[in-house]
Design a protein around this ligand. Structure first.
Ligand code: GTQ
Ligand code: FE2
Length: 342
């Protein structure tokens, strides 16, 4: 840190004079030059979320709401609609027979399915059925609409990089002229073309979002369980895999990374910290996340946020499967990402 410059009366007058010229002296700057953010580590319990989601169903339909979403807003960023500096998190519920009408926008969106069967999302002309634990990709500027053709409510978590488009002043959105988009691909096309470590022979990666729309839970679980049996645990993360764009091996979005990890019962993770802002969603199991010294006791479907550079450690009371997403893709692309074990 530089020493505060010695303040003379002449210097004070100078600083005051130049303010009206749109100028400020760097030597009086008070903004922090440290890692971390103003965001507060925060935990939302599933029973509270579920109750309020069901309550919203009594009060508003998808016709009026377009998306029936409760935004998880960081208590230190009121009015922002963001859960952390760089990330949006919403919890969406769709009732049997409802449609969330087609639109597109420049923010990328991911979905992690929490509860219920019978819902689909259509992305760029293809319908994919979504089930609990599935990770779903909606690349930027792709038409998407959702529906529930089953007989129970379906809930999923939305993760968007809308904080980035807002930051850059590059947020655009458009409604599709009808409620649902025409389906010009057959269900399963994206899975067949991109979901088996094979690619269409002429496919050219354009460095945008993943062309694989769905990463099914069963396959993710199988991979985690296999690796748990055969490989040593990571001291901080247990068994942790990142979702990859099959076309280039990178992250599923240019901005956001997504992960799934397995923590065996009794796991006591070593503390670490990262410049990433991370949102967690508990798929299975219970335990404790210690974030910046605070203990958050979690159980299935809870959501919590670990802002940049907070000390973080996991403890598992039972076998746990935990989804997370972060701004790591953007931070790595820009050369900002750092992490360390503590
Ligand atoms: O489902 O298309 O939570 O556009 C926020 C914005 C969900 C969606 C959100 C969206 C959507
Ligand atoms: Fe959307």
């Amino acid at each position: 840190m530089s020493q505060a410059a010695t303040q003379t009366p002449e210097l004070a007058v100078f600083s005051k004079d130049i303010r009206s010229l749109g100028l400020n002296p760097l030597w009086e700057r008070t903004v922090s030059q440290k890692p971390g953010s103003p965001c507060l580590p925060t935990h939302w319990k599933w029973d509270v979320l579920k109750r309020q989601l069901l309550r919203s169903c009594e009060l508003i339909g998808t016709k009026d709401a377009e998306r029936r979403v409760l935004m998880l807003e960081n208590p230190h960023m009121p009015g922002s609609s963001f859960i952390a500096n760089t990330l949006f998190t919403g919890l969406q519920i769709i009732q049997p027979g409802e449609i969330a009408s087609a639109h597109r926008h420049t923010p990328n969106a991911l979905r992690f399915v929490v509860e219920g069967k019978g819902a689909y999302t259509s992305v760029n002309g293809e319908r994919v059925m979504i089930n609990p634990g599935d990770f779903i990709v909606t690349p930027n500027w792709s038409w998407h609409d959702h529906g529930n053709i089953g007989d129970e409510p379906v809930v999923w978590m939305d993760g968007l990089d809308s904080a980035f488009t807002k930051f850059f002043g590059a947020t655009f959105r458009e409604d599709y002229p009808s409620d649902t988009q025409p389906l010009y691909r057959t269900e399963g096309d994206s899975a067949a073309a991109f979901g088996s470590a094979l690619l269409p022979v002429d496919y050219k990666d354009d460095a945008s979002g993943s062309p694989l729309l769905k990463y099914p839970y069963a396959r993710t679980l199988e991979a985690l369980h296999h690796l748990h049996k055969t490989q040593p645990l990571h001291a901080c993360h247990g068994v942790k895999l990142r979702y990859a764009n099959p076309a280039n091996g990178k992250y599923p979005f240019p901005t956001m990374a997504a992960f799934m990890q397995f923590l065996p019962k009794g796991f006591a993770g070593k503390a670490w910290r990262t410049t990433e802002n991370i949102v967690f969603n508990v798929a299975e199991g219970s335990g404790v996340a210690v974030i910046a010294g605070e203990r958050f006791a979690f159980s299935p479907h809870d959501i919590f946020v670990a802002p940049s550079w907070c000390d973080f450690a996991f403890h598992a009371n039972e076998d746990c499967v935990i989804f997370s997403y972060s701004d790591r893709a953007a931070q790595e692309a820009l050369g900002f990402h750092r992490e360390e074990a503590l």
